[in-house]
Ligand binder design. Structure first.
Ligand code: OAD
Length: 249
C-alpha cells in the first residue's frame, strides 16, 4: 500500500486518466463536511441517549413506531438544513469523465443526487422516501396528518422510512448492481466509510481481488487502509476537487 506523501503520484493520475470502468463507494464521511453526523459520531440533544443501532431496527419500530418516526423526522430536518459539499460535486463531475461509472452509496441523505450524480446505487435506501409496512409500496407524498407515523392512504398500514434497518437485507437490485459493477471495474475509490458494515464493506476487497486499483480517501485508518493501492488520509471535501482538477490537467 502506498500512502500519499506527495499530492498526486503520476501513477495515480495515469490510472485516473486511463481507466474506463470506475466504481465509487461512499459512506457517512463524505457528508460529514456538510454537517451530517457520521454513524460513529455521538448523537446530540434529545437523541444523545440513544444509539442509532437501538432505533434503526424493525424491533424498535414494532415497540415504539412513534419514537422511531420522530427520530427520522429529526434526521430529515437536520439533513434538510445542510447541503452537499465540494466532495459530492466533485464526484458528480467525475461521472462525465468515464464511459462506465457507478457511484455506490451507503448514505441515505440523497446528497449525491442533489449534487448532480445520475448513476447512484443506494445500498441502504433514502431517508426522504417512505414505504408502507402493509404492502411494501413506496409512498411519495406523505398524507396530511399529525399522526406519527402516518398510515398508508391505500391499505392503512403504518408508514416507515425507506431505509435499511439493522438486521434487514439490502435491496437486492441495488446489491446486484453494486457487485456487478465492482466485478469489472478497473478503478475503485472508497470514500468516507469505516469499512465495517457488510455487505458494503466487502466491495473494496472484492475490487482488489478482481485486480482493480483501490484508492481509499479517509482521514482515519480502516481495515482497508493496509491493503489499498493508495491511502489518502485527507477529508473528501478537500481532496476530491483537487483530484478532479488533476484528472483534467
Ligand atoms: P461511519 O460513521 O462508520 O464511518 C464514517 C467514516 O468516515 C469514518 O471512517 C471516518 O474516519 C470517515 N470520515 C469522517 N470525516 C470524513 C471526511 N471529511 N472525509 C472522508 N472521510 C471522513 O459511517 P459508514 O462507514 O458510512 O448502515 O457506516 C456504514 C454503515 O454503518 C451506515 O450506512 C449504516 C451504519 O450501520 C445502516 O444504517 C444500514
Amino acid at each position: 500500500m502506498a500512502t500519499q506523501d506527495q499530492e498526486f503520484p503520476s501513477t495515480i493520475i495515469d490510472i485516473l486518466q486511463s481507466s474506463q470502468r470506475v466504481v465509487i463507494l461512499t459512506g457517512a464521511g463524505i457528508s460529514a463536511e456538510s454537517g451530517v453526523p457520521t454513524f460513529r459520531q455521538a448523537q446530540t440533544g434529545l437523541w444523545a441517549q440513544y444509539e442509532p443501532t437501538e432505533l434503526a431496527t424493525p424491533a424498535a419500530f414494532e415497540r415504539d413506531p412513534g419514537l422511531v418516526w420522530e427520530w427520522y423526522s429529526w434526521r430529515r430536518e437536520l439533513i434538510s438544513n445542510t447541503a452537499p459539499n465540494p466532495g459530492h460535486y466533485a464526484l458528480a463531475e467525475m461521472e462525465s469523465f468515464y464511459p462506465d461509472f457507478t457511484l455506490i452509496t451507503q448514505n441515505v441523505d440523497g446528497f449525491h443526487q442533489l449534487a448532480g450524480s445520475q448513476k447512484v446505487v443506494e445500498l441502504h435506501g433514502n431517508i426522504f422516501r417512505n414505504k408502507c409496512t402493509g404492502e411494501g409500496r413506496h409512498i411519495q407524498d406523505l398524507p396530511q396528518t399529525d399522526e406519527e407515523p402516518p398510515h398508508c392512504p391505500n391499505c392503512g398500514g403504518l408508514l416507515r422510512p425507506d431505509v435499511v434497518w439493522f438486521g434487514e437485507s439490502l435491496p437486492s437490485n441495488a446489491l446486484d448492481s453494486a457487485f456487478k459493477a465492482v466485478k469489472f471495474c478497473q478503478l475503485f475509490l472508497s470514500i468516507g466509510t469505516s469499512t465495517i458494515i457488510e455487505p458494503a464493506a466487502s466491495l473494496p476487497f472484492f475490487a482488489l481481488n478482481n485486480g482493480a486499483t483501490v484508492i481509499e480517501i479517509n482521514p482515519q485508518e480502516t481495515p482497508l487502509t493496509p491493503l489499498a493501492s493508495y491511502a489518502v488520509p485527507q477529508p473528501a471535501g478537500d481532496f476530491l476537487p483537487k483530484l478532479v482538477k488533476a484528472i483534467n490537467s
